[in-house]
Design a protein around this ligand. Structure first.
Ligand code: ASP
Length: 346
């Protein structure tokens, strides 16, 4: 689509230096104790991770820690990409997707197209812990949540409603309907998700992915976030990975599973994240065909972290934040395609 796109191999060293940012790729080392990570940088990182770190550092339960951290964005009406306040589907209805996976048991749970419940990851956790199912969607997921005492509320904030209304009033061509023989997904579609991954003091690994999904999606559309192996995967022997961005690409590469398996085969979390971005570029026939973005974060069982995106975001490297016994840190990842026009949330 444009000639400014340039494939570049490893941009770890490129970009302005940001305080607190580290990009030293950790070599496999002993787990220094609990670690909790989220797929956001300095803006959200600290407030998301603080409640989770409080739990983990006091030897609390790993699942409680990642749930409480994920709930921060879910409950915050200012974040228009996750939970309450998320941008709605094309009919103006907020439909949420979330998943959770726990390494020691390899159990998982997820909800999709869930309406009216502010904290979908907490419902996903109940699917994992209180049923023998993995996925519950739509009305069934809402009924299940109600039976567990969740309140059904209006999730469409004024802020999200106005953004949606302006999309609708302007008859935007940025939607998901293709006329015959025109396969033209648009860059800069509003997206966003949060992944929270953690390791406890006993080296057990777990993760959550939660999102309101692609803004203005066709009602009932489910992205990668609630699909185990796509938007989230955890293996207690290896580590965990989570994805944000264009879910369809993560789905058709089994993205998070791919990353964890690369780590199992010896790649560092950083190398594994880059390998997924490269795979997505390859299956699309090369950089010239990439009109979307994806970002992947990974946590090795030894506490090492990785983060890569297909494209940069407005000239910035993708980031994650993590909290360990060494304190709160922001990690700067790499991107594979230079494209300053992309304003990708993640
Ligand atoms: N991956 C999410 C989805 O496709 C959205 C996002 O992360 O931006 O539903």
């Amino acid at each position: 689509m444009n000639s400014r796109r340039k494939f570049i191999k490893n941009l770890t060293a490129v970009g302005a230096t940001v305080p607190l940012v580290t990009n030293i790729q950790a070599k496999p080392k002993k787990n220094k104790g609990p670690v909790i990570l989220c797929s956001r940088g300095e803006v959200w990182g600290e407030k998301v991770l603080r409640p989770g770190w409080d739990i983990l550092s006091k030897n609390g339960k790993l699942l409680d820690a990642i749930e409480k951290s994920s709930n921060v964005t879910e409950l915050d009406p200012e974040d228009t990409s996750v939970g309450y306040g998320g941008l709605p589907n094309e009919h103006g209805v907020v439909q949420l997707d979330a998943s959770i996976m726990y390494g020691p048991t390899h159990n998982c749970g997820s909800v999709a197209a869930l309406e009216g419940i502010k904290t979908p990851c907490s419902v996903a956790r109940l699917v994992m812990e209180r049923t023998d199912h993995i996925h519950i969607v739509g009305k069934g997921a809402q009924n299940f949540a109600k039976l567990h005492g969740f309140k059904v509320e209006n999730l469409l904030t004024d802020k999200a409603r106005k953004i949606w209304l302006s999309w609708k009033e302007n008859l935007s061509s940025k939607d998901d309907w293709f006329p015959p023989a025109d396969n033209n997904y648009d860059d800069n579609r509003t997206t966003g998700t949060i992944n929270v991954l953690g390791i406890d003091a006993d080296s057990n690994v777990a993760g959550i992915t939660t999102t309101s999904g692609l803004a203005y999606k066709i009602p009932g559309r489910i992205g990668d976030s609630p699909i185990i192996g796509a938007g989230l995967y955890v293996d207690n022997e290896v580590g965990a990975a989570g994805a944000t961005g264009r879910g369809e690409e993560i789905l058709r590469t089994c993205g998070s599973f791919f990353v964890v398996e690369q780590m199992r085969n010896g790649k560092s979390p950083q190398e594994a994240c880059e390998a997924l971005c490269q795979r997505i570029i390859d299956i699309n026939g090369g950089t010239k065909n990439i009109n979307f973005n994806d970002k992947i974060v990974a946590l090795g069982k030894d506490g090492s972290v990785g983060c890569a995106s297909i494209k940069e975001r407005k000239g910035n490297n993708p980031k994650l934040a993590y909290w360990s016994n060494d304190g709160f840190k922001v990690y700067k990842g790499t991107y594979l395609i230079e494209d300053k026009s992309v304003d990708y949330v993640g």
